[in-house]
Write a protein that binds this ligand. Structure first.
Ligand code: ADP
Ligand code: MG
Length: 343
């Protein structure tokens, strides 16, 4: 009997698990396959990390308000972020594009100006790719390659109970930037004469349209003399990423609501739109900050660092993955994230 299981019921991660479960490995050089921000491959006295991301028009980006130049930049950055999340340094990218007849040479050149700007900023080389026509819309797939010393690679799986949970930068900004762009786009669709009201929100708009990867974090770790025990980048929202760390490390966690760092513009826009900034941080995603754990003995090294905030700690697995609210209540963290497959 043929079954017709809906993919939406599995969700993105359920589908990946289902497709790849019991997958055999033939090469001893594959140190880490599926299940982290990047695969890790032995290559002489170094390891190679490899990560790939697929961006689809209408799912991941809206060209009504996304300049192609920024889109090209962001498409590179989101991949580099996964390389930094392994505590590795990105070196090369490949870029594959699908374009429909709606796009002109000038438009694709603009996309590539953004790709080039990111290559220059992060000092990575464009090493190849593939080009195809598409029936509708634009498709961009980028693969990033990076290197690290074997002992330096940081996986999702190294956290222990009592480790401190830390995050770089601030959260929720990209989501509030997206809400602002979506709102102004709706206004524009009704009345194209209306000028979009975007003044005063340059930071959250930049967080959404032209994010940066935390290339500075490996240097900060060196300066502070810390070695994260586990790490992941925040692409799908804090909840989902914390649950990845907990699952891969076999631990639970306590995330403290009142420790989550926000920028003032994120708070202001959340207030204006009647959205709890906590929701933007937990479920919004696309912040491309790094989430990592460190031994509790390293607290003094990070406590005064303005780039790093301690937002909680890991626990025994039986204690669950919990948000501790400002009022002291415990609420289980759930992975909502950007689950495109269930939309
Ligand atoms: P990230 O959010 O860091 O980009 P993902 O959540 O997309 O990572 O992917 C989780 C893991 O599953 C990664 O190791 C990725 O390489 C792997 N993966 C995702 N999709 C597929 C697929 N279709 N086939 C095989 N592996 C996949
Ligand atoms: Mg990632």
């Amino acid at each position: 009997m043929t079954k017709n299981t809906s993919i939406a019921s599995l969700g993105e991660f359920g589908l990946i698990d289902r497709l790849t479960e019991n997958w055999p490995s033939f090469q001893p050089s594959t140190l880490k396959g599926i299940g982290d921000d990047a695969a890790v491959i032995a290559a002489g006295d170094q390891v190679l990390v490899v990560t790939t991301d697929l961006l689809l028009e209408g799912i991941h980006f809206n060209l009504m308000y996304t300049p192609l130049k920024y889109l090209g930049y962001k498409a590179v950055v989101v991949n580099l972020s996964d390389v930094y999340a392994m505590n590795a340094l990105p070196k090369q990218i490949t870029v594959s594009i699908g374009i429909s007849s709606r796009f002109t040479l000038e438009m694709v050149e603009e996309l590539y100006q953004g790709i080039r700007a990111a290559c220059e900023k992060y000092q990575v080389d464009l090493a190849g790719g593939d080009t195809s026509s598409s029936l509708t819309g634009m498709v961009i797939s980028i693969t990033a390659l990076g290197t690290a010393a074997p002992g330096e690679v940081t996986y999702r799986s190294g956290a222990s109970p009592n480790d401190l949970l830390c995050v770089s930068g601030d959260l929720g900004g990209a989501y509030m930037g997206l809400q602002l762009l979506e709102r102004e786009n709706e206004v524009f669709k009704v009345n194209p004469q209306m000028k979009p009201k975007l003044e005063g929100f340059d930071y959250i708009l930049q967080r959404q349209l032209k994010p940066e990867a935390r290339y500075d974090i490996p240097g900060i770790f060196k300066n502070l003399d810390i070695r994260p025990t586990s790490m992941i980048d925040i692409s799908d929202g804090l909840s989902s990423e914390i649950l990845h760390l907990c699952k891969a490390s076999g631990v639970g966690c306590r995330l403290h609501e009142d420790k989550i760092p926000y920028d003032e513009q994120t708070r202001d826009m959340a207030l204006e739109m009647n959205i709890n900034p906590l929701v933007a941080a937990l479920n919004g995603g696309e912040d491309y900050e790094l989430l990592f754990t460190i031994p509790i003995a390293d607290f003094d090294k990070v406590k005064n660092d303005t780039d790093i905030t301690v937002i909680g700690h890991m626990t025994r697995p039986e204690d669950g993955a919990m948000l501790v609210t400002g009022a002291g209540a415990l609420i289980p963290l759930v992975a909502q994230g950007f689950n495109h497959l269930s939309k």
